[in-house]
Design a protein around this ligand. Structure first.
Ligand code: LAC
Length: 221
């Protein structure tokens, strides 16, 4: 089971290009992404779920306010829509192609079904997955325990240990591990590990490295 944003799709890719076109500061996209994540955690905690598109918009507006910038309606749409045109990391297709042979691959993501559908179509990744599971049905964001319970039901996998959750986001691996799933952390760009106290079962530097190692791992097919 793969996380989408940051693991399969590069959240800096198209947003950074469009931010440059709009003459926004270089840190804009990183702050936008951090704000988006923190709003998902806050809203889940507050019991005030709105979907990821709405969260992405509010995070974008918050970041624009931070940098004292305003955009026209067209510019806002152009920037927000960069989120459905994210590019996959270079090794993703080849790795999925290999893993698809022996495993049922799923996506679990905070994205709305529509964002994920468009994102997967635009990046041509959809065909590798048995199903794309959105948190939208449970109205809570990762790493809420309700999300992992929903994943287990959706994938019809009664045994938690039969799921390998794969993410580049260290906090997502910690959340999944704390629920009782096996986890593999893809430490892209030498990210630091999570200090939450639920270390991943495996660490790899890319999905291709994971695909190669899966042959030896004790994960049932
Ligand atoms: C996702 C974000 C959290 O894909 O990375 O759900």
């Amino acid at each position: 089971v793969f996380d989408a944003y940051g693991t399969l799709l590069d959240v800096l890719s198209t947003p950074t290009k469009r931010a440059v076109v709009l003459n926004l500061p270089p840190e804009f996209v990183t702050v936008w992404r951090e704000t988006q994540n923190s709003h998902t955690w806050l809203r889940t905690n507050m019991g005030r779920y709105v979907d990821l598109l709405a969260v992405t918009l509010e995070a974008m507006n918050s970041t624009l306010a931070l940098f004292n910038r305003t955009l026209t309606a067209n510019e806002s749409t152009y920037l927000l829509e960069s989120w459905v045109h994210l590019k996959p990391f270079p090794e993703v297709k080849m790795a999925l192609k290999e893993m698809q042979i022996n495993y049922n691959l799923y996506i679990l993501s905070n994205g709305t079904p529509e964002m994920l559908e468009k994102g997967m179509r635009n990046s041509r990744l959809r065909s590798y997955f048995k199903d794309v599971i959105s948190v939208d049905r449970v109205r809570a964001f990762i790493p809420s325990r309700r999300v992992y319970a929903w994943l287990q039901r959706s994938a019809s996998l009664r045994h938690r240990k039969r799921i390998l959750f794969v993410s580049s986001n260290n906090w997502e691996c910690a959340g999944a591990k704390s629920f009782g799933l096996k986890t593999a952390w893809i430490s892209r760009n030498k990210m630091r590990p999570s200090f939450l106290g639920f270390p991943p079962d495996y660490t790899f530097s890319s999905l291709l490295e994971l695909a190669e190692a899966l042959v030896d791992l004790d994960i049932h097919k």
